[in-house]
Write a protein that binds this ligand. Sequence first.
Ligand code: PHB
Ligand code: FE
Length: 332
Amino acid sequence: MTAATAIDATNASNRTGYRSFKLGSFAFTRDEYFVYITWPTKNGPMTHYMSADAFLRAMMRDVAWGFFYYQVNFDAVFGTNNLYGKVEMFAGSFNETYKTAGINLTETFDTPVIMATFKSILDDWCNEGFDPFSAPEETGNTWMGAKRGENRKAINRNREVCERMVGLPGDAPMRSDANGYPVNRAFHDVPQDEPEVHVEPGYEKEIGAVNLFAFLSRSDVTWNPSVTSVCKTSLYCPTTEEYILPIKHGNDRVEWFIQLSDEIKWEVEDKETGKPRAKVIMKAGDVAAMPADIRHQGFSAKRAMLLVWENTNPDIARMHAENEIPPYPVEF
Ligand code: PHB
Ligand code: FE
């Protein structure tokens, strides 16, 4: 590790028109292509930089998902840990090299405080036309260059959460052309017919069925699971995936993946150190459990359909943390 260095934030923001931000001891700046994160270390200030595209896509997920289940790594250095009420922000604390060099920093914030800062950063740093939920082919190079307008509509869209099972009366309207959800360019071959349901009189509001493939073919976002069914603490969260999952997720529980179409490649690393542990190639029909002691990131060349199956048992994170249960779900 070379001597720590910091960039001149004033210069970058004067030239490009983006605001700079501070939260605790961390400072954030962006310019035409990059985001710079600066924090104090025993060797002086240290600056880490990443593509503004990757940074904004990751920050959008962190905000939209309320800091998600435990750990969201923007890359190998910077990220957040959800303590459910408070959030830790860290640089280098889950990177073996930074930790060994003693130049990592973790600070804890009340969730509303860090949420407000992240929302302000997104608001100022997402240019007109840049939708951090869209595939690069769809949103193009709008993230680049000097500050140009905003895209509040995209960054403030609400995460879809069903009230009841999707399709039952009382739930949000089904995705359709009329509702502003056209079939995505990658899914024109997906049949749009809906199942025929014959219900015993009196049970019309209780029984329903949907064509989940048709539902997913109309998703207008990528790497953004929507909750489509809830059964006690079991959540079905299907999603459509294209390009790269913008975060490396370090979970505090097991989650299951069911590959519904096409192919996704997963890179699996150790949760604490980031050391590589496995590569998983999932083809349509494959099922995998992601253990509770890893971080993972997905890659998808052609838009793919994935079912993420989550466990919201409020005690499960503690059970893993105290090694009451193994980090994997089954013994073979
Ligand atoms: C995950 O972290 O497991 C995850 C998140 C978003 C997705 C897919 C998987 O779209
Ligand atoms: Fe995950």
